[in-house]
Design a protein around this ligand. Structure first.
Ligand code: PAF
Length: 288
């Protein structure tokens, strides 16, 4: 595996791979790899013959009061893990390589960005995500890009980005990876002290409780969300949001009919955590 810092180096590596007949898979990340990142790399490795992982803590998607400077960073550890997963290139640019002096473009996507994390964190967040992901697509020109379903809204934003800008890339969503007690894996879990770590399991338990009432036949969104809220109340967690929305476009859902996203965000200890379950109105199987 090569660690590359410049856009020119990555383009040359990708050109060489394409000349050798390879397909290119991209896994965009902000590093601090955990077990949730591994399936993204494995899926890319399984589908594509040349795998690029980007490692860039993107400053534009963090607000002034957020954790940009504290965000966990350990490039040497990340590089070792990526290499062990058979990644070909780790693209780890400096901020100035991505945002040189005079950088003046921001991509803003309407609709799916206006709710959930877009509302809770502010429009800058998905503007920052869309802009950096569009840049990564422009730099690597991958055949496919791999994202974790834990950031379900981010995936919808990126699908909208590639549709609206005619970017020729397949977006692959990989299932949420959970700890044994159900907590969704996240780089931000390192912020949890032992008490907060225990409390944080309530997020997935809340989503499970909502799924249980849905699969028992409840179709009313208010009742489904209430089942989740009761678990959070019990755990002393006041969510930033807890909402059932269309899994296609995040419009509000009053009755669970087809596929809906039950999404939660909450501050637990000093971490802001998100999680979600997809609920299917048409069947009775529980699904995470
Ligand atoms: O999900 C993330 O890690 C980031 O939002 C992404 C997609 C790498 C863009 O910075």
């Amino acid at each position: 595996m090569r660690t590359l810092r410049t856009i020119a180096e990555v383009r040359a590596a990708v050109r060489e791979a394409r000349a050798a007949g390879k397909t290119v898979g991209l896994v965009p990340t902000m590093g601090a790899f955990h077990a949730g990142h591994v399936p993204l790399m494995r899926e890319a490795r399984a589908n594509d013959s040349f795998v690029v992982v980007s490692l860039f803590v993107n400053p534009t998607q963090f607000g002034p009061s957020e954790d940009l400077s504290a965000y966990p960073r350990d490039e040497a550890r990340d590089a070792a893990l990526a290499e062990a997963e058979g990644v070909d290139v780790l693209f780890a640019p400096d901020p100035a390589e991505i945002y040189p002096d005079g950088f003046a473009t921001t991509i803003h996507i309407d609709g799916v960005t206006a709710v959930l994390d877009g509302a809770a964190r502010g429009a800058f967040h998905f503007d920052g995500v869309a802009t950096v992901v569009a840049k990564l697509f422009g730099i690597v020109a991958p055949d496919a890009a791999y994202f974790g379903q834990k950031d379900a809204q981010q995936i919808l934003v990126i699908r909208r980005l590639v549709r609206d800008l005619n970017i020729d890339v397949r977006i692959v969503a990989c299932p949420i990876v959970r700890e044994a007690d159900g907590l969704a894996m996240s780089s931000r879990n390192v912020y949890l002290d032992p008490d907060a770590r225990r409390q944080a399991t309530a997020l997935n338990r809340a989503l499970d409780a909502a799924a249980a009432v849905a699969y028992a036949g409840e179709r009313d969104a208010v009742a489904i969300v209430a089942a989740a809220r009761a678990v959070l109340d019990d755990a002393g967690i006041a969510p930033e949001y807890l909402e059932l929305r269309s899994a296609d476009d995040l419009t509000p859902v009053a009755t669970l009919e087809t596929e809906a996203l039950l999404a939660v965000a909450a501050r637990v200890g000093s971490a802001r955590l998100i999680d979600n379950h997809l609920l299917h109105g048409t069947d009775t199987r529980a699904s995470a």
